[in-house]
Design a binder for this molecule. Structure first.
Ligand code: ADP
Ligand code: ZN
Length: 215
């Protein structure tokens, strides 16, 4: 089962992705995580990506598509039940490229009220070790991950100005993909809320259990 996870920044893609990958035995591929790992390791790709990410703009398509195309050829993907793309594709060009080398079964689209996103993203703290996300308002001053004890940090692009650009890029470039995949008949819509991630995952699970049965 090969899936895409669509949703605005802050919709909760990362958290859902971890849960989906675990339940269905899929390889979780996040282009944002790949870029951040490259930045941390000081690679050429990292240096290039950083200049775009810091401004809330998209990393150029050629670079991003090449990374994903290569990643899908790794052995872990061949040995798994499929993959889950998180954060890719992000515009129509990437979606059309992906169609050339991938066979998709479903696109989970997390719809969420835009008003919630600015606060969610600017208050987000992420675990350095396992990637789990938290919101400052629920941490009670804790600085480590409840799941693995890792140190929590704030992503450099989670500041009001960069978040503003990211949301604009989402509306202009990524949101049209909902229509693109709806026309292909593979969209699975769920509604994100302020409720805990487990509540949203119940919706996701119902749709994907059904898809897995038909696959
Ligand atoms: P979020 O969904 O919270 O914005 P991501 O971790 O998915 O976070 O992405 C962080 C940044 O990485 C994006 O703002 C963008 O600059 C870059 N990026 C991630 N995926 C892509 C992609 N598919 N195409 C271009 N840039 C990307
Ligand atoms: Zn952790």
């Amino acid at each position: 089962m090969n899936l895409i996870l669509l949703g605005a920044p802050g919709a909760g893609k990362g958290t859902q992705a971890t849960k989906i990958a675990e339940r269905y035995g899929l390889i979780h591929i996040s282009t944002g995580d790949i870029f951040r790992a490259n930045i941390k390791n000081g690679t050429e790709i990292g240096k290039l990506a950083k200049s775009y990410i810091d401004k809330g703009e998209l990393v150029p398509d050629e670079v991003t598509c090449a990374i994903v195309k290569d990643r899908l050829t790794w052995e872990d993907v061949a040995k798994s039940n499929g993959y889950l793309l998180d954060g890719f594709p992000r515009n129509l060009f990437q979606a059309e490229e992906l169609d050339k080398f991938a066979k998709l079964d479903g696109v989970v689209n997390i719809n969420i009220d835009f008003k919630l996103l600015m606060d969610r993203l600017c208050g987000r703290r992420v675990c350095k070790e396992c990637g789990e996300s938290y919101h400052v308002s629920t941490l009670n001053g804790a600085t480590t991950c409840a799941r693995c004890g890792g140190e929590l940090y704030q992503r450099k692009d989670d500041n009001p100005e960069t978040v503003g650009s990211r949301l604009k890029v989402y509306e202009e470039q990524t949101a049209p993909l909902i229509d693109y995949y709806t026309k292909k008949g593979i969209i699975l819509n769920v509604t994100g809320t302020e409720a805990p991630a487990e509540v949203l995952f119940e919706q996701v699970k119902a749709l994907l259990d059904d898809l897995a049965k038909r696959a």
